[in-house]
Design a binder for this molecule. Structure first.
Ligand SMILES: Nc1nc2c(ncn2[C@@H]2O[C@H](COP(=O)(O)OP(=O)(O)OP(=O)(O)O)[C@@H](O)[C@H]2O)c(=O)[nH]1
Ligand SMILES: [Mg+2]
Length: 463
């Protein structure tokens, strides 16, 4: 589906702008030239001056909903998020009511908005560049503080600003080169070859630095965090060593061996994973120095568990308190991020069990290696089902932009070769044009339907 037919911008669009989950308040959003007329059809008395305003009103939704109170926020001119006349109708957060308002608006001439269409209009109106549009998605989707910070920085223009300034430098350079082309017979040059060479070298090194940063960011993000949790002595550290293939963590027959978080990067069926070992779960009271250390270890372990993408809940199946252990861990497992996956690992299966762990437990032994391959396979399957790379829009920006930056680099390299070879500046200028266009794709200064589709199809309706 194409999102970008420019004629569509003249349609007035409507969508429910609040979350479908039950809430006290909900909102229906509108954008387009007909907003004021639609407000009036609802009986909302808009003000005739051109500034943004707010009106409380009763609107009639017909049978069976009847008349309900709404608060209308109206931006009657281009001075709005979408750069068009816009309106939000706020009322009860009830889906049938919000749907009835949207349905009525369609009778009044509005069209149902497509995914991301409000943000697309903000982009087309020059309110946001493409990296910022993607950052809007990043803010909506952010699950943790880190992801939110990242998205907010990108929204503030941290990525687009340096790229726009490189692009404008390149366009200045292009202007100089092309001005020289007009006077080629008179042998007038607006920029010397050595100047050109120097400025191109500096631009290319900045593009490379930006690309390295982006690549670093997507690498950081593509690492999956797998945390081992469980009671003291469950065999977490030995299991970590088994999965890592070397002795990274201390193992001992003493409860409370692990205190600090131990992290080991490993590859599991081609996925980059950071295995994280944690202190065994216990409740610690008192304020002696040792107890304080244990309390800190518990805090760190809980945090690591909460931040993980996948948690391995490890329980010693030889333990006589198996049922109780399972109960404790299930309660702790309830504290999780929406997207995290829990795997249940029975340990020490080389020794006689106190009972049959059964489903969903994966029986393992770090002594014989039993179940370790199965556990690896389950971790890989969990990673594939999480499919984080699709969900993280800020990582999406990195993936989208790296290709454009590489294209810009190779065009500039070609330009430098022409300069060194003493070839005509017309060759240089055509490479500089390509490079500027490639940089423009990153921020959307130069865009195609295909790029816009890729960016905006990831949004939900109403954003
Ligand atoms: N037989 C057998 N013993 C194991 C296995 N895994 C661990 N152990 C032993 O169990 C004891 C505790 O192992 P650790 O890996 O240190 O346990 P932990 O869960 O990290 O313990 P804390 O760090 O205290 O929370 C050690 O003596 C291990 O050798 C196993 O698969 N089979
Ligand atoms: Mg340990």
């Amino acid at each position: 589906m194409a999102f970008t037919s420019l004629a569509d911008v003249e349609d007035t669009i409507v969508a429910i702008g609040s979350s479908p989950a039950p809430a006290v308040r909900g909102a229906v959003r509108f954008s387009g030239p007909d907003v004021t007329r639609i407000a009036q059809r609802f009986g909302v008395q808009t003000r005739s001056d051109r500034s943004a305003h707010c009106v409380d009103s009763m609107i009639d939704l017909g049978d069976p909903l009847g008349t309900i109170p709404v608060r209308a926020l109206i931006w009657p001119t281009k001075r709005s998020y979408t750069g068009q006349p816009s309106m939000e109708l706020h009322t009860y957060g009830s889906m049938p009511i919000l749907q009835a308002i949207a349905g009525r608006s369609i009778e009044f001439g509005a069209r149902a908005a497509r995914p991301g269409e409000f943000t697309l209009r903000a982009f087309l109106a020059g309110r946001l560049d493409l990296t910022q549009a993607e950052a809007v998605l990043g803010v909506i989707e952010a699950e943790g503080r880190g992801a939110l910070d990242h998205a907010l920085r990108q929204l503030a223009g941290n990525l687009s600003r340096p790229i726009e300034s490189l692009r404008s430098e390149l366009l200045d350079l292009l202007a100089d080169v092309e001005a020289g082309l007009d006077f080629v017979d008179e042998d007038i040059q607006f920029i010397s070859d050595s100047d050109l060479d120097q400025r191109l070298a500096s631009i290319i090194s900045e593009i490379k630095a930006t690309r390295d940063q982006l690549a670093q960011r997507s690498r950081e993000k593509s690492e999956w965090i797998v945390a081992l949790r469980g009671l003291p002595n469950a065999g977490k550290s030995r299991l970590l060593n088994e999965l890592a293939g070397h002795d990274a963590a201390l193992v001992a027959d003493v409860a409370g061996t692990t205190r600090d978080i131990v992290s080991v990067p490993v590859q599991i069926e081609g996925h980059d994973v950071l295995l994280v070992d944690t202190a065994g779960i216990e409740s610690v009271a008192g304020d002696s120095p040792i107890e304080q250390i244990s309390q800190q270890a518990q805090l760190h372990a809980n945090r690591a568990g909460r931040d993980a993408d996948i948690r391995l809940w490890c329980a010693d199946q030889t333990s006589s308190t198996w049922d109780q252990t399972c109960h404790v861990m299930r309660e702790l497992a309830a504290d999780k991020r929406r997207a995290a996956i829990d795997l249940w690992v029975a340990t020490k299966c080389d020794s006689p069990a106190s009972g049959d762990p059964g489903q969903p437990w994966i029986c393992t032994s770090s002594v014989t290696g039993q179940g370790i391959d199965l556990l690896r396979a389950q971790i890989a399957a969990a990673i594939e089902s999480l499919d984080k790379s699709n969900g993280d829009s800020v990582v999406g920006t990195a993936a989208r932009c790296i290709g454009s930056l590489v294209a810009a680099e190779s065009a500039i390299e070609a330009a430098i070769r022409y300069v060194h070879g003493g070839d005509g500046h017309e060759y240089v200028s055509s490479e500089l044009r390509l490079a500027a266009a490639a940089l423009g794709e990153v921020t959307g200064a130069v865009y195609s339907d295909d790029i816009l589709d890729r960016v905006f199809s990831r949004f939900c309706i109403g954003k």
